[in-house]
Write a protein that binds this ligand. Sequence first.
Ligand code: MLT
Length: 261
Amino acid sequence: MKKATVRGIEIAYEDVGAGPVVLCIHGFPLSHELWTPTAEKLSGRYRLIMPDLRGLGQSSITTNASMADHADDLAALLDAINVKGAVNVMALSMGGYIAFELFRRHPQRVQSLVLADTQAASDTAEKARGRRETAEKVLSQGVEFIVDAMLPNLFAPNASKVVVNQWRDIMLASDPHGVAAALHALADRIDSAETFSDIHVPTFVVVGELDAITPPDVARVMSDGIANASLQVIAGVGHMSPVEAPDEFTRIVGEFLDASM
Ligand code: MLT
């Protein structure tokens, strides 16, 4: 992977293809590999920039990793690699929370939005408390328990076992400090529904029909609330739609990107 030094840390990233830029923001506790199948299919006509977020994958581990830090890291990465102007932003789950923050902090960087398997709402107080407790447990016990607790919610029941196991291995490789920092960022994030009225860029909301973490109902809140948004539900798929249904995901996202150029 390539590495760029931004804001005093190293961000690892893949940069493939040629054409209009798509900044791809992965979820928790994942890595840029979430976008590998999408990049294989879209790199003939788009340039996909796929970072590992700080604390995850091969980027620097930091104890602080707020949604604002992630958004500023990504804007600084674009600066560091000399990408000018607005880009298409494609984001899944926690990546979507960061995409909203990127829009708030760096609106001139956002040309269109793909919000995949994500939501606008912040955590309830109870959920946030649970995340903070889990962060403590991750620091003392490691990441295995959270990975195994999350897996059944990440994938549809009939997802390929090969793909599920591949992601189990990727998540198990996560650094406990990075995972704990991300849990605090998730718990602390603000509600993004207030941002809807400011978003006028083309927006595509996509969600797996069986997404157990951010189900179609919460996806619909975004497509109803954002002016230029449309929604597509992918049948039979869970929260990891880019890797559970790579052909379908890439086809509909590609159609959206082509139409919004
Ligand atoms: C993710 O997939 O990024 C997280 O599960 C999102 C969340 O827990 O809210």
